[in-house]
Design a protein around this ligand. Structure first.
Ligand code: ZN
Length: 132
């Protein structure tokens, strides 16, 4: 596993949060992207070498809607770059981590992604990201 690729923050209203984080960072987001398969609208900020992803549910069944219902807004996941996501999934499965999707799927910002269940990672949802 390589560097932190981004940190994902669950928000209720993407437009409002874009304004808040633009003010905080003194910088505009560089893209807004909807990921239909995940039921999310995302917005990305580049802060030096780091990225922040804001996530808003685009439908009530989205994992983000459920997360906010349970826990409220806030940090949702930490994403790490990996060179070979398929190998990394296999490696982690052998070690007993629960991978939410064994087959990598297309995520936001031109990545193949897979998630490690927070139950097997001390309550933290981990996203693995490979550049496409
Ligand atoms: Zn993410």
């Amino acid at each position: 596993m390589d560097k932190i690729e981004h940190i994902g923050i669950a928000v209720k209203n993407l437009e409002q949060s874009n304004k808040i984080f633009s003010s905080l960072f003194n910088k505009d987001n560089y893209k807004v992207e909807e990921v239909l398969s995940e039921g999310v609208r995302t917005s990305f900020f580049q802060i030096g070498p780091n990225k922040i992803e804001l996530l808003e549910a685009s439908n009530p069944n989205s994992a983000i809607a459920k997360f906010i219902d349970k826990k409220g807004e806030g940090i949702h996941h930490i994403a790490f770059s990996v060179e070979n996501i398929t190998k990394e999934i296999e490696r982690l499965k052998k070690l007993g981590f629960h991978i939410l999707n064994d087959t990598p799927k297309k995520g936001a910002d031109n990545k193949l992604v897979a998630f490690v269940h927070p139950k097997t990672a001390n309550g933290v949802l981990i996203e693995l990201c490979q550049d496409i």
